[in-house]
Design a protein around this ligand. Sequence first.
Ligand code: HEC
Ligand code: HEC
Length: 301
Amino acid sequence: MRKVLKWIGIVLGGLVLLLVIAGISLYLVARGRLNRDYDIQVEAITIPTDEATVERGGHLVEAVSGCGGCHGEDFGGLPLFDDPTVGTVYSSNLTSGEGGVGGQFSDEDWIRAIRHGVRPTGEPLVIMPAHHFYRYSDDDLASIIAYVKTVPPVDRESGGRQLTIPAYFLLALGAFGPAVIPAEIIDHEAPHPEPPQPGVTEAYGEHLSYVATCRDCHGNDFAGGQAGPGQPIAPNLTPGGELANWSQEDFMTLIRTGTTPEGEQVDPFMPWMAYQNMTDEELQAIWLYLQSLPARESFTP
Ligand code: HEC
Ligand code: HEC
């Protein structure tokens, strides 16, 4: 009897030891990814300050990429996650107020953060969709930076990034998806790709579907998706979904007013309040692109 108990003890002890080793390894993997030092050769781009550039930047920041949806309407930063199991992630204060990066960032620092997803210290940013913004042309990126530099200062300390041990485990196991650290999926060495010219074309619609982050909710193949656990389902936007019977007019009305052809108001999680200020040309291009997609079966969570 004693012998059996001893063996059970040894086996259980071994298992616990294995679990501890696995836990420590996962933790170290995640910490390595979050603390990796990215040495980015930042492209030199001149940031103009003329009114037309700032206005174009304002359009891209407010209507297309909805930076304020994550950074706050005043760009002073917000808690994006505040959850006892995962921890907290605050979006940065982008203004030149106290606690903001605006007063300290050089043009290179802005480009490195928005195009490469990397802080001036070389540390990668989380959640910040730089892998989409990477697609902006030099001119568009310059106007975005020109605009952000003009926003009024807001004094607000950012809560930064405080992840719990379980969050490290989940990160190492891939539970947050491949895009949670965008710097990992951007090819920092490749020559910057030239985006399509603005116009009512499928190619420009596709470009907008990235930089407007539609895919983060509706799925990378637009078959529908969910931005995160507990979030509302974003429907299939391919001709295989409800949009099959929509006209371009129906689509424009949804984006401009948040109202479906059935007269229902969509969940405010769908950020039409930002997109409603996109131009006709931009929305027509997105519509053309969505229509060109193969009909896909709708995503189910
Ligand atoms: C989906 C949410 C989201 C959107 C949309 C978003 N950001 Fe961010 N951004 C973040 C988060 C979160 C951080 C901080 C990440 C961290 O601490 O690891 C961040 C960090 C940054 C930083 C780096 C600041 C620093 O602390 O080093 C800059 C610059 C920035 N964002 C600019 C922008 C601009 C400009 C846009 C729009 C073109 C934008 N962001 C859109 C979530 C977002
Ligand atoms: C933050 C997540 C999010 C983003 C980003 C987003 N959507 Fe949505 N969208 C949703 C959700 C959630 C719904 C469903 C709302 C509801 O059912 O009330 C929705 C609904 C829609 C609908 C109505 C579909 C239907 O069947 O009623 C259209 C059209 C649409 N989105 C287009 C877009 C386009 C185009 C973009 C990018 C320019 C975009 N969305 C970006 C979350 C998002």
